[in-house]
Design a protein around this ligand. Structure first.
Ligand code: TXA
Ligand code: MG
Length: 355
């Protein structure tokens, strides 16, 4: 199959709508990351999404809509959902609803809830309006690779597997939507994103919980509230390690680590804040945005991880951000990319230079 990459215009949008109605897959930009869409009512089409991604069948998909009038056909709507939809739709918030039988169970991996989101990206909205179908869409990467934030990275994973990629340029937010469970007692963030816990609490007027496994691996005895949390995700091919400590210690430790990596014959680099690019110029610095600007780091994260793959990097040492606000979403993705490997900069320096 040839994969066409087309700029969004009237003719490519109506082609996308025809392909979706015909049971085929279309990749499209959203404000978070690119999605790989199929008609959510078409079981066969949804199965081919899992196949194209190599995605485990027990990891459910998000259903994308352009209008609240589409909800009635797919789910019940608890009262609590209304203020959330008023405040955050269209936008990067996915809400779990009690599922109706019309949604094939392949979409929800057999769960009794369906995840729904209304994207704000104009191309996503136009495509959803053009087909007027609920569109089941995971991120448009091969399973286990960093989510694509440009059409180029979608093509890297999906070339020859799908007929059409709508190229809407780089995604704004850069990390996937916040996934919120309002179906099982206290509202719980299953996956952090651009809509933060504090923003949700502000609208709901009650405490919002964070799923336990957001900043650590699941324990062997622990059930994943969101099946996606179980998998090693967002990982580039090289080995990512997080370096933590005071600013001065982190810079010194990164220089040590890079030197050691190179001496070992490994392609080595650092992911660092804009302010540190100069100080780390001998360490092949990759800029993850200004210190304290977590939205900028979120925006750059996946494209940086993809670039490191393009460069065949072996060892990657990364700075960290405080796990608060959008920083929580950054650290959730970065932690998984690093398989939660972390180095305490002070301890490393003490070991190298004596305490
Ligand atoms: O921003 C996004 O959410 C992007 C764009 C394309 O919309 N989509 C995306 O989809 O990130 P995906 O499939 O990569 O991630 C969906 C996440 C997974 O962690 C999945 O386990 C969880 O949502 N999820 C989906 N349905 C669920 C459900 N019924 N219950 C619990 N978790 C669910
Ligand atoms: Mg994904």
């Amino acid at each position: 199959m040839t994969t066409q990459v087309l700029a969004p215009d009237e003719s490519s949008l109506s082609l996308a709508a025809r392909l979706l109605a015909d049971g085929q897959l279309v990749a499209f930009p959203t404000e978070t990351v690119y999605g790989l869409g199929a008609n959510a009512f078409d079981e066969k089409a949804v199965l081919s999404v899992f196949e194209a991604k190599g995605r485990p069948a027990d990891n459910p998909l998000i259903v994308h809509i352009h209008s609240r009038s589409q909800l009635d056909a797919i789910c019940d709507v608890p009262d609590l959902a209304y203020p959330l939809m008023d405040a955050f739709w269209p936008g990067p918030l996915t809400i779990l609803f009690p599922k109706k039988p019309s949604v094939p169970s392949v979409v929800t991996a057999g769960l009794d809830t369906v995840a729904v989101r209304m994207p704000s990206h104009p191309v996503a909205a136009a495509m959803l309006r053009a087909c007027d179908l609920p569109v089941a869409a995971p991120s448009a990467n091969s399973s286990g690779r960093p989510s694509p934030t440009t059409a180029k990275y979608v093509l890297q994973d999906m070339n020859g597997k799908i007929p059409l990629i709508l190229d809407g340029g780089a995604c704004d937010v850069g990390v996937e939507s916040t996934v919120l469970d309002i179906c099982h007692g206290q509202p719980t963030v299953l996956r952090p994103g651009g809509i933060t816990k504090e923003m949700l609490e502000g609208v709901l007027g009650c405490e919002v919980q964070l799923a336990g496994s957001i900043l650590r691996p699941l324990r062997a005895d622990e059930k994943a509230l969101s099946p996606g949390m179980r998998y090693r995700h967002y990982a580039p091919k090289g080995t990512v390690t997080l370096v933590e400590g005071s600013e001065e210690d982190v810079l010194a430790a990164m220089r040590c680590l890079c030197e050691a990596g190179r001496a070992d014959g490994k392609k080595t680099c650092v992911m660092c804040f804009t302010e540190h690019v100069d100080a780390l110029r001998d360490c092949n610095p990759h800029d993850i945005g200004h210190r304290g600007s977590d939205s900028e780091t979120a925006h750059r994260l996946f494209s940086t991880l993809r670039l490191l793959d393009d460069e065949d990097m072996d060892l990657i040492y990364s700075e960290v951000v405080p796990p608060e606000g959008v920083g929580l979403a950054v650290m959730n993705r970065l932690g998984r990319a690093a398989a939660f490997r972390r180095i305490d900069a002070r301890a490393l320096l003490d070991e190298v230079y004596g305490g």
